[in-house]
Design a protein around this ligand. Sequence first.
Ligand code: FMN
Length: 324
Amino acid sequence: MSGKLPLQFADQVVLPVIVAPMFLVSSPEMVIESCKAGIIGSFPLLNARTVVILDDWMKRITDELSQVRTNEPKRRVAPWAVNLIVHRTNKRYKEDLELIKKYQPPIVITSLGDPSPVVGIIHEYGGLVFSDVSNLDHARKAAKRGVDGLILVCNGAGGHAGTINPLAFIGSVKKFWDGITILAGCISNGQDILASEVLGADLAYMGTRFIAASESFASREYQNMLIESTLEDLIYTDTFSGVNANYLAPSIRKAGLDPDQLQKKEGVDFSQLNQSEAKAWKDIWSAGQGVGTITGVLPVAEVVKELQREYDQAVSSLLEKRSK
Ligand SMILES: Cc1cc2nc3c(=O)[nH]c(=O)nc-3n(C[C@H](O)[C@H](O)[C@H](O)COP(=O)(O)O)c2cc1C
């Protein structure tokens, strides 16, 4: 575990992993089960349709995790995180920020905009701010705005993926960034987690692998499509939200569209609050290029056990190779 992470984190996790926030997919149960299994759970605040529902979710997560910590003081229970869209079109921004102040999630992940207005508020209660970036310009800007961590969203990621190769991205960012570094994009198994550490990441950010968790909000149909799909079934297009993202072509066909005849969408407001985008993400399903590793629907705790086995195996075989 990297020395960059606050000391208390190292004792709270079993693997350096964040279950990435996923629109319409991450559930409060997924967050609770991830943290109980020893990896950082997160969710987009907008997955709760109203602030009343959000208040209830944040209370449940706080209460359940603190109960586990009290009942099993030796258990590694990871911190939890929320994803706040800091773009001006987020109409719930102020109300959601109030709930962040009330429940004080240890990590706040900001996306789609300038994180500076929230950095002070989160630091005041001792929380950390991680900002997701998909190019060097955004990484440089976020680094100057006082965030604690940069999430480098590389090519092949689920959702709004970047286009930069992870080796090149992390190498270039490390030239000007000395804070917590989180790598994202196609990290799908234990070997990949170790590989991201070898590249210099402090944490691996995993989305797609967890869409098929039993606790996720994804429909059984979506999960079955993930099990049947490979990276050849993905399409990288800006048609549905105005920003390029990876989608499962079979879900596009299921919605009555021809994936080979998609039109470019001009001048679209890319906020995930946007009604048409919400509809698109409901009917047209996203996944990253790591989709081929999904072979079944499993509870989060089982996925984490599998990741631990793979990680340990990868460490042993690396050591064995080096000793020869
Ligand atoms: C279905 C889906 C929904 C997503 N929604 C969000 C979101 O609401 N906010 C966000 O910051 N990232 C979102 N992402 C991106 C993930 O947080 C993460 O960057 C990505 O999944 C990592 O790549 P991977 O899927 O290859 O592991 C989404 C990804 C997927 C697959």
